[in-house]
Design a protein around this ligand. Structure first.
Ligand SMILES: N[C@@H](CCC(=O)N[C@@H](CS)C(=O)NCC(=O)O)C(=O)O
Length: 222
């Protein structure tokens, strides 16, 4: 059984994707809290020794440093024979949604949430731009999930774990109340939360948290 070490910070939905997959595959990992807020991932030392791409998460597998959640999720799915899709058509769909997620859903939600909630003075124009894009992506996902229990058919795959990660955070971080605005997304999040072993990110990934500036203001919209 490989030894896993996950370099993360608690607010990182990308880190949560890997933590969730490892737990669902019955694997333990050593959590390695990383001072993202303090700028450690921007230092030349960190980029030379941990991740040249300057990103969190990094998953060490027996000392080998792996980066980019999508290929890591697929690698874990292959290794443990779970959540990768069964047929060639399903595997293609998993890959298709992983690309969409990285480019669109996670790409925009991670940036929107970080700017909205974890920066002291968010720029309203930036928030408006990101919100408009996200509203479109979320409508696409809402429509898809009205006809499908999980992203690829009737069973959960790594596409679900990747796509749900940033949507499951508290409303006062995401700025969305999916129960009110996107009921199919809400029901899908609840289906994933009902899987054995599921925990929210903040219960799975401990350690010092970023300052949450939007907490008290907590407007539902940008
Ligand atoms: N596509 C990457 C995204 C990783 C990513 O953007 N991580 C964030 C933290 S959750 C980060 O390190 N951002 C640094 C930056 O954008 O400069 C993955 O799936 O691993």
């Amino acid at each position: 059984m490989p030894a896993y070490r996950l370099h993360y910070f608690p607010e990182s939905g990308n880190s949560y994707k890997l933590a969730l997959m490892l737990i669902f595959c019955g694997q333990e990992f050593e959590p390695v809290w990383t001072d993202f807020g303090g700028g450690v991932t921007r230092t030349p030392e960190w980029r030379a020794s941990v991740n040249a791409m300057g990103e969190i998460p990094v998953l060490e597998e027996d000392g080998v440093k792996l980066t980019q959640t999508a290929p890591i999720l697929l690698r874990l799915a292959e290794r443990y024979g779970r959540f990768g899709g069964d047929t060639a058509a399903e595997k293609y769909e998993v890959l298709r949604w992983l690309f969409w997620d990285n480019h669109k859903l996670t790409g925009y939600m991670a940036t929107y949430r970080f700017h909205r909630s974890f920066t002291p003075k968010p720029n309203p124009q930036v928030l408006t731009y990101f919100r408009r894009r996200l509203d479109d992506f979320l409508a696409i996902l809402e429509q898809h999930l009205q006809a499908s229990a999980f992203v690829v058919g009737a069973r959960p795959t790594v596409a679900d774990f990747s796509m749900m990660a940033y949507l499951h955070y508290p409303n006062d971080e995401t700025g969305y109340d999916f129960g009110a605005s996107h009921p199919a997304i809400r029901a899908w999040l609840d289906r994933i939360a009902a899987l054995p072993g599921w925990k929210p990110a903040y219960a799975m990934l401990p350690g010092k948290r970023l300052t949450h500036y939007a907490k008290d203001a907590a407007p539902a919209h940008a």
